[in-house]
Design a protein around this ligand. Sequence first.
Ligand SMILES: [Zn+2]
Length: 594
Amino acid sequence: MEEKTKKQVRKARAPRSATRHVAKPKESAAHRTTKSAHAQSDGVVRLIPLGGLEEVGRNMMLLEYRDEIIVVDAGLQFPEEETPGVDFIIPNTTYLEERKENIKALIITHGHYDHIGAIPYIMDRIGNPPIFTTEFTKEVIRKRQEDFPHAPKPIFQVVKAGERRELSPHFTAEFIGVTHNIPDGVGILFETPIGKILHPGEFKFDYDEDGKPRDVDMWEKLGKRGVHTLMLDSTNAGVQGWSVSERVVEKEIEKLLKGAGGRVIISSFASLIDRIAEIVKIAERLGKVIALAGYSLKSNFEIAKRLGHVKVSEQALIPVEDVRKYPDNKVVIIATGAQGEKNAGLMRIANGEHRHIHLKETDTVILSSSVVPGNEMSVQNLKDNIARQGPAIFDYKMLDIHSSGHAPQEELKKVMQLVNPEFFIPIHGWFFMRRQNAQLAMDLGMSRDHIALTDNGKVVELRKEAVKVTDKEVPASYVFVDGLGVGDIGEVVIRDRRALAKDGMIVIITVIGRRSGKVMKNPDIISRGFIYLRESQELLNDIRRKIRGIVGRIPQHGSLDMDYVRGLIRDQIGEFLFKKTHRRPMVLPVIIEV
Ligand SMILES: [Zn+2]
């Protein structure tokens, strides 16, 4: 799923059971089983997803045969409402860390953050294996690496679509070019001791001018070579029909650009380089100039231009500060921020914070992207904000001005038919989506026991004659990245943050006489996010009275056990506050002995 943005941070999603969220769990019993079963793995290729199967994002999986491990992708996930303050969530690499000398390759299928995002955080831990990827993806990774000066320097093995590479004695990879909405994406046909495993990465069909899908015979050829197991991205397994052709998208955008009487501000994903290239082409053809607004957009555009994915003449591409030098109807501004991301180009324009571009009534704003689930509110706010300033707004619901990068049902079915694998493993996406993908295979006649629906951390064993999800598990819980810390905050910290966010906190400072065991002065009470103290005098007095009572009732023999007193105050005041307010603030008792 490419269409993730930092905005995603807001987004709600119920957590799975709390224990599964622990950042770095101790080695489980199941995990130990895995290790001991290792010796007898002859004739078995083991597939272990470390992320990407119970969410959209955080994609990472590994294939293992004897002591050879091949890793595919190392993505991150943007956090949720349930993980306040967390910057990113990355896959749990404990299993790989324990076997880093076995890792022969890390293959990166394409340059979206949910496939490359974890690289700077994990490479050190897994022994910095060589990264096999295409030129464009390599550049995207390298650019990002600049923000992580302390991360090990990646060792790249640049591959091209069509190339075949021996990765280890038992794994060979053939890279297949696929269309996605970032350039230079690849899938992999693995040759393994049990047969061929096809992982096409993320893809959709590409259509020609006449609406015919291109390169369909590629799938057919792969199928003819005999594929043992096929994996398919499930992101759009619930979406009926075929992809909207990029050719249709381009025609619609051309119409809008032609018809606009003023400036056109068009926003999409910064990584959607092919579409941006096409917009540039159309604008040039119509005699308009193009300006880019947004850091990630400029940096991706620069890479794409250098590698020949975008062509634009020197005169047509202008710096954003020169926009006012041209007549409005000759200006096209491409901006990031169609998801309502706070600091992106379009957001700053809409908020009047952009130095060089301010909205005018005569502007046309085109949102050439879908709304990533969870971003609905911020996109709605953005649209409202723009609408108040007068411009006309077009989005993908009104016109075909966006096409997703993920194959919908008919394309998935076509690939299944042409590849005609013996076994099928739906990957990428929530269980619900993967179940839908499995259903497509069953609709085409595949029997249920040839389909493996697995989960993060579960070991899938692939043998010549069968593919089985086992009950062996490796650690696959969330690893949180917060500021400079990786994996150092776990479920306890997150639970505290959630509690603080929900009901606030109350600090009670009690001074107790060492000798007398009595409360010496009126306890001090500090509240944040719970109640406004000035207007809650009565409750404060109740709390103080309650504390005197609690301390007073403790039987006296010798010195007081302060931990015990703290525990009593926390529990009883917590209980009391709940009775009075039906809220559960975090109660932090501080005891000072004098
Ligand atoms: Zn993607």
